[in-house]
Design a protein around this ligand. Sequence first.
Ligand code: APR
Length: 249
Amino acid sequence: MKNLVVLSGAGMSAESGISTFRDAGGLWDKYPVEQVATPEGYARNPELVIRFYNERRRQLLDVAPNAGHLGIADLEKEYQVTVVTQNVDNLHERAGSTQVIHLHGELTKVCSSRDPYNPHFVKELKTEEYEVKLGDKAGDGSQLRPFIVWFGEAVPEIETAIKYVEKADIFVIIGTSMNVYPAAGLLHYVPREAEVYLIDPKPVDTHIVRPIHVIRKGASEGVKELKTLLAAQADGPTSTEHNAVKHKL
Ligand code: APR
């Protein structure tokens, strides 16, 4: 089975009703990023930050995976699929994807404020625990904080992601503006001979020179088209080239 790696961003979940960050009316228009997505913002006003993520977490109960998530999960029938996502929602998992690497953390988890990366103090929340309060304690006695990688923090999962990306036969970018590193830099680890696809309704600057199949569509329609293209390739990627060669002979 070929290795297919997906790098997804906020656009992947847009059709599920979760707003993106940088599009007009996106999350960072409504909430100052330095208040709700930096360690400094959390230190200044933990209550506001905890409330912000409680709202995001509650939203998970109202949304469902879209056809894009479901299409990616379905690719596991034909490919060894690894999803590397910048999203903190759980829609890839709920769609049925079995191998999901969350670069920027997970809404459904909380951790220690003192030692956020210590796995002993990372806890998966049951839905009835989604409302975290100031005063709720992690295993080490510090305030429970959202298990989210904020701006300026390390991205521990990047090393694992790189290992999979380096073995990709097919790399698919979906719904990310490729503005945030190290996630955007993963494209540099994709083997030269791999096929790269990019699904996004808007132009995206990938900061790299290499052939990319651009599918200028939203996630649901885009994944459908991706599957058609992959199926055509599996049936005989070089059939047109063969014809050309035959012609020359
Ligand atoms: N289908 C696919 N892509 C879409 C759709 C859609 N229906 N709607 C919008 N998009 C695209 C936008 O055109 C844009 O390129 O999704 C992308 C969203 O970009 P951003 O809002 O910048 O989100 P993302 O790239 O995931 O941000 C990266 O930055 O804010 C931090 O930590 C946060 O994980 C996030 C990271």
